[in-house]
Design a protein around this ligand. Structure first.
Ligand code: PMP
Length: 399
């Protein structure tokens, strides 16, 4: 078989998407106007499909810090953390993350994806057992696969399903790693972390939580869903990303286990890649300081989430189970989802279209992400656009 034959399926997907008025996977942000607005297709567009939850991408402190770092330290480190790529800023950010989570150890990676790959592939090896939520992010799955460990998937957010698999593992359960997320990014549903922590307490094992989407949104200190659920002390590893609430790029892992410090000698995605640019580290540190100092950002994003969620429920749309800044609108019919997504964009509202197989249970989804930077007027425009497209195209399958 030809080396390139495997691209036949990708080519038909591309041809199908290119036959649409706008290819949803190839939208170009022509100009960024603010944390909540951009020019798309030549027109001002409300960005209701970003992960900029706290609206910090234009934070003046972060911009100033990034500019100063560019001037002082240059555009990039041009090397791995293990070689010339550890600057004082990388270490300071690690100290600040450890302090924020009140644990002794923290490690910074070049992306959130690399953080998951780098921690899981270092922690696990052939012969280990990992229990993975069935809707866990691709990076979690890839990290587990890269490690060569035995992967046992359990039904999404199902603590009893997890307990059943741990029971079957017998003695091995005591050394198994349980891998879940906090807030899930497709439908905006939350993991039952307290129940997972209780299952861990009963059967043993270690709890690893990816708080990529929960950081800055949950918990009194904005540390994430583990903080909100009161299970920080029962959690062994927390990973997260800088590319959402912190508005930059990069990832991290924090832990109370001293072995985390040894990952730098054992984690290939940490060792064999360049370290984050000094400007990225500087903007991330400034954004983390904002997250800690300004709880009002969290209050605002939740106000906005409530406003959008309740208005969309009023339209009888099929939404995720609870209010959160990630609001997934489910559709049974892929073509209706596509038409509605296009209709929203035509009305100056950018959302994310999620088609099978990326959406759970074979359905299609339009995902809205709410940020602290959205104004009431922008939320109302999003609602008005949904009202019109649903009227025009029959709407989502009703609840
Ligand atoms: N974990 C989860 C749950 C995510 O949703 C993402 C990104 N969407 C990542 C990890 C990877 O983060 P990054 O994009 O910063 O590499």
């Amino acid at each position: 078989m030809s080396l390139f034959a495997k691209f036949d399926a990708a080519e038909s997907t591309r041809n199908l998407l290119n036959s649409l008025p706008v290819n949803p996977t190839a939208v170009v942000i022509e100009r960024v106007v603010s944390a909540s607005e951009a020019i798309v297709g030549g027109r001002p567009t409300i960005m209701a499909g970003t992960n900029n939850y706290l609206g910090l991408t234009f934070d003046p402190d972060a911009i100033r810090a990034g500019q100063a770092a560019l001037a002082d330290a240059g555009t990039g480190t041009t090397g791995s953390r293990m070689a010339n790529g550890t600057y004082q800023g990388h270490l300071d950010l690690e100290t600040e993350l450890a302090d924020f989570f009140e644990v002794p150890h923290a490690m910074v990676f070049s992306t959130g994806y690399a953080a998951n790959l780098g921690t899981l592939a270092a922690l696990l090896g052939p012969g280990d057992a990992v229990l993975l939520d069935s809707e866990a992010h691709a990076s979690l799955f890839d990290g587990c696969r890269m490690s060569g460990a035995d992967i046992y998937r359990f039904p999404h957010n199902d603590a009893q399903g997890l307990a059943k698999r741990l029971r079957r593992l017998g003695e091995r359960a005591r050394h198994a790693l349980i891998v879940v997320e906090g807030l899930y990014s497709i439908r905006g549903d939350c993991a039952p972390l307290k129940e997972f922590a209780d299952v861990k307490a009963e059967y043993g094992g270690y709890l690893f939580i990816d708080e990529a989407h929960s950081l800055g949104l949950y918990g009194d200190g904005g540390r994430g869903l583990a903080e909100a659920a009161g299970v920080l002390s029962q959690t062994d590893f927390i990973v997260g990303t800088f590319s959402k609430s912190l508005g930059s790029i990069g990832g991290f892992c924090v832990s109370r286990h001293a072995e985390l410090e040894l990952f730098q000698y054992a984690s290939r995605p940490y060792i064999f890649t360049a370290s984050p640019c000094p400007s990225v580290i500087a903007t991330t540190r400034a954004a983390l300081a904002q997250l800690r100092a300004r709880p009002e950002l969290r209050i605002q994003v939740w106000r906005n989430a409530e406003r959008l969620y309740s208005a969309l429920s009023g339209l009888q749309l099929n939404l995720g189970p609870h209010v959160s800044p990630v609001i997934g609108v489910s559709f049974d019919d892929r073509d209706v989802a596509l038409l509605c997504w296009q209709g929203l964009l035509d009305r100056g509202v950018y959302t994310n279209l999620i088609l099978p197989p990326a959406a759970p249970e074979g359905g299609s989804l339009i995902r809205c992400s709410v940020t602290a930077a959205h104004s009431d007027a922008q939320i109302d425009t999003i609602v008005q656009a949904f009202t019109e497209v649903c009227r025009e195209h029959g709407g989502s399958n009703t609840v």
